[in-house]
Design a protein around this ligand. Structure first.
Ligand SMILES: Nc1ncnc2c1ncn2[C@@H]1O[C@H](COP(=O)(O)OP(=O)(O)OP(=O)(O)O)[C@@H](O)[C@H]1O
Length: 366
């Protein structure tokens, strides 16, 4: 039997582990952009789904494998790219293969990349719901994970952001988080599969340093093309793996802190209703790491969009708790608002309950 290229074998082993817990007849969808990572994922999934079916056919077990291609409509010819990606998935034997065109709000406050991501996941969710898929596989690699850590560091983020992407969340699974991008490219090459390269990944110099004359490439593309190679050159091989390991370690820490913060939020909550109402003393007694997480979670509960709720907003909420000097309300993203009165924090969702006269006992500002 011909020897399978090591990279190809690695992609198949990684996918096999992700399919192991699926039940008879379950459908798994590959989210495929047409890039090397997701085409290698499509190929490995097609191969492994057949293999699973063959090895235990006597028990009537088979995993079905399909694909979803999202056309963001952001570049000329994006429909051709999507159609080609879909054709490659069909050639690999995936079925169904669904192409979804989405509208991305180019003027979104969260930025184009985040808006595209939001639209993409909404489309993936919709197709997964419509087809009853048990799992959706994403092609993120170790390199993507390392880039996420670097982007988080540069933003001045907390542990949750540095924790990068989890291997699984809900129906989403990332079998390739332990593989290098070079391996997915080698797997495609071994199979003779051509892949699409996003042109914005090819303009590493375009961005703030280009003097504003060239449209900026996505930040992640610039980190990928210009920052990671320098880090590997200066800090040595293994840097990308070390960054990804940082994400794994911090994810455990962030999970614990989030659990403890949720517990604090539960203890601080005093009244149910259209506002989130919290006891200031309970929050003030807690360590900053938990208090600030609880405040952010409360803001999200009050309807603040996660991507727009920044450290600055948490700082302002925290000041209402620990640096109180009678300051006015804090304006939050999503038109929510927070104010302190009578030893309580009131986080009001957009408009709701905002202009209502508070009970007499709560009108006195401390
Ligand atoms: N247009 C798309 N349609 C379907 N899935 C997508 C699309 N773009 C990204 N994804 C999914 O998200 C993963 C990570 O996205 P990212 O933007 O990093 O990928 P990419 O570099 O465009 O392509 P690839 O990961 O295939 O090389 C992809 O591997 C794929 O699973």
């Amino acid at each position: 039997m011909a020897r399978v290229a090591p990279a190809l074998a690695a992609t198949r082993t990684a996918v096999r582990a992700e399919l192991a817990d699926l039940g008879p007849g379950d459908l798994v969808l590959v989210a495929c952009s047409g890039g090397a990572d997701s085409l290698a994922l499509a190929a490995a999934t097609a191969h492994e789904s057949r293999r699973v079916g063959r090895s235990v056919r006597s028990r009537g077990y088979a995993v079905r494998a399909g694909a979803v291609v999202v056309d963001h409509g952001l570049q000329a010819g994006s429909d051709d790219v999507a159609a080609q990606a879909a054709a490659r998935c069909r050639d690999l034997g995936l079925d169904p293969v669904v192409v979804r065109r989405v509208e991305v709000d180019a003027g979104a406050a969260v930025g184009l990349e985040a808006a595209a991501r939001e639209a993409r996941y909404a489309a993936l969710d919709a197709v997964a719901d419509a087809t009853g898929a048990a799992a959706v596989l994403l092609g993120h690699t170790l390199d993507d994970q390392a880039e996420s850590v670097l982007l988080g560091l540069a933003r001045g983020s907390g542990a949750r952001s540095l924790a990068g992407m989890p291997r699984r969340r809900g129906r989403y699974r990332r079998p390739f988080l332990g593989l290098r991008r070079a391996q997915t490219e080698a797997a495609c090459t071994a199979l003779g599969i051509g892949w699409w390269t996003d042109p914005t990944n090819l303009v590493p110099d375009a961005g703030p340093s280009a003097g504003g004359t060239v449209p900026a490439a996505p930040l992640r593309s610039r980190v990928r093309a210009a920052v990671v190679p320098v880090l590997e050159d200066v800090l040595g091989p293994g840097t990308v793996e070390a960054l990804a390991r940082t994400a794994d370690l911090l994810r455990d820490d962030a999970d614990l802190l989030d659990r403890l913060a949720a517990d604090l939020l539960g203890r601080a909550r005093t009244v149910a209703g259209d506002e989130v109402v919290l006891d200031v003393a309970t929050l003030a007694d807690a360590p900053a790491a938990l208090r600030r997480r609880a405040l952010r979670a409360a803001a999200l509960e009050a309807g603040c969009p996660p991507a727009a709720t920044t450290v600055r907003h948490v700082d302002a909420l925290d000041a209402l708790v620990v640096s109180w000097s009678g300051q006015g309300p804090v304006h939050l993203p999503g038109d929510a608002r927070a104010r302190r009165a009578c030893g309580r924090l009131f986080l009001a969702p957009a408009r709701a309950g905002r202009d209502r006269v508070p009970p007499a006992s709560a009108t006195t500002q401390e």
